[in-house]
Design a protein around this ligand. Sequence first.
Ligand code: ASP
Length: 338
Amino acid sequence: MKRRDFIKKSAVVGVGTYAASKIGMPASVPPAGGKSSAPVVISTWNFGIGANEVAWKLLNEGASPVDAVEQGIWVVENDPTITSIGYGGLPDETMKVTLDAAIMDWRMNCGSVGCIEKIKNPVSVARKVMERTNHVMLSGKGAYEFAVAHGFKPIDLLTDQSREIWLNWKENMSSTDNWVGPHDMDDLMDNHDTIGLLAIDKKGRLSGGTSTSGMAWKIHGRVGDSPIIGAGLYVDGKVGAASSTGVGEANMRIVGSFLVVESMKNGQTPQEACETAIRRAIEVHSKQIKADKTFQLAYIALNKRGEVGGAAIRKGFQYAVYKDGVNKLVDAKFLYAQ
Ligand code: ASP
């Protein structure tokens, strides 16, 4: 089936689903009672403020939410001082920078790339996968070749800063190897994050995207949750959208973003739905969470009414919300208090 046919067919299926909700199935979030506050943008971490700024401006000017999501994420991908995403992202154990990204719209169209090298804006390659192929995900060399075929210019994503941090890690890994360094392990920076950005426009169209360099020092070839549809990102145009940051493996195990959206579909608010997924993650990973004080996982969510929510395992997660003309940082509720 060609992509165009799929879009047409999914529109028809959508009508059926809405009809089902009318006869008693909680298939979608009910229409907003009061006036809608859209456009609304929500994204992970404090760097989300800059991303929101660009995305919200685009939405306010009438751009599609897919453009808003993509260009909001560019802000973070292009910033070399952010060491967990795009250009300047920390490399894997072999000093290669490999990136993961995804994008999804309100019609169930989605695309993603895993472990792509040398391309500064993987979210845009994910968009090309969504719009110019019948696939959902490309990875590694194939994703890179696909990007080059579409005119993306390869660059070296390793900056002096990220190389220095890698060197610091390498030199401090073991006292029995032959790497010796002047650095102290304490110099190591925070070594993983994701930009997850969700948006709704004035017409009530939802979209979302993710981008990350994944876990620093990962085994070459590792793909995290961010490009996995249902884990790092999920959008149901009739219900809401969700995204995640934190230990990707934990999120993949519980297909967390899907769980958040499905919980909203079953009547939970975005806040309640994020907490449902965090409780599930804690239930499944209680040993790891106890043993590792840095083990963190967090969700953000946005529903069709423009309501937002966010929750994390541990204290420290912040998300940025641009709503009713105000772009602000929110301290997420956390459910594990140690
Ligand atoms: N979820 C990302 C990964 O596992 C990292 C993060 O968001 O902290 O690749």
